[in-house]
Design a protein around this ligand. Sequence first.
Ligand SMILES: Cc1ncc(COP(=O)(O)O)c(C=O)c1O
Length: 421
Amino acid sequence: MSDGLNGIPDAVRAGQPTVWRNPHGRPAAEILPGLAYGLAEVAEAEARWRRFDPLLARLFPELATGRIDSPLLCLGPDVAAHVAGFAGARVLVKADHDLPVTGCIKARGGVYEVLVQAEALARRGGWLRTGDSYARLAEPDARDAFAAYTIAVGSTGNLGFSVGVMARALGFAVEVHMSHDAKAWKKQRLRDLGARVVEHAGDYGSAVAAARAAFADRPDAHFVDDESSVDLFLGYATAAFDLRRQLAEAEVTVDGANPLHVYLPCGVGGAPGGVTLGLKLLFGDAVRCIFVEPVAAPCLLVQLAEGLEHPVSVYDIGLDNRTAADGLAVSQASMLVAGTVGPLVEAVVTVEDTALFTWLRDLWEQAGLRLEPSAAAAFAAVGPRLTLSPEARGGTHVVWTTGGALLPEAEFRTALGLGIR
Ligand SMILES: Cc1ncc(COP(=O)(O)O)c(C=O)c1O
């Protein structure tokens, strides 16, 4: 092609739904030992979450134990057959659309990164003594100290909300940079929390870049960088421990003979990438991770297809990054994610907006799941992927629903009405 990007299939360029099997995929055993982050780092992140359990339980009454996790649901046989395209399919839902406190997967990274900052500040300030419960950080003196510090983030909405909820609950000042076309209700929800919302004329990537520049030299602030934060990445990765525990409780075996296929909506790549790292560390290649992107914004697909030499955006191949899946409207993938877990991604499936709305409606009517368009994406990917890879049918399929429970009623009703019968 004249743009010199030769690895990208014509159907992807044409904005058609595609199943792209990653030709650069490598075995976990070959890739994991060479990565900068391994089980030790993810286990350390998990231990940090547990240290914060008493504080989270104190700040958010809906968290009985302080643990922010979602249920693992088993779809009934008819819905499972509808999703997978054949009778007898085993389909589970990792219901992060219903994650407590924030109603979206981005909490796993966003809340976690705020906790990392809070812990570092508290240790530096001597507000936590050995043996203290972290619940102490909800006391007025700690809140007053946090108030002198700003947590900033660039976001399509859900990361900003997750960071905003946690940071405001601790007393931090919060500044969220968003693209002009980010959903109005997501901006309003942040303002209601007391966050400052800064709007940018360009897309999500330019909002992130502007915020990064604005906070580069601010000793009184921390910028949560959706494109390159290791803390976000490790926070997402800890989800693998939750899923492993729930699979064991549900008596689902995961091994070479019983593979687990996990379908993950992908925006900049942090959430699906972190989850993939965690799952590969725990299960190796018994887990296959399939990323799902809108046809207009397949940023990780184009980056993986072209290799890691230089960043490639969806604009470079003539796509416009316009999608109703606002959380996935990202033109350029995280190079941290592409470089870390790229070879561990089994396939990327691209889906049309019409399919998102139809699945959103079907899952509401047939299973009572309240999803936002981005979160319905993974359902649209299962059937096409299994048509191309029928040998994968026998395993267990986990659809990761990534957001939606906190969607305002009017937004949800509008989305429901857009599904095609
Ligand atoms: C609902 C929802 N699903 C999936 C994602 C994708 O996460 P990431 O951008 O880390 O790939 C997002 C991102 O904001 C989201 O809001």
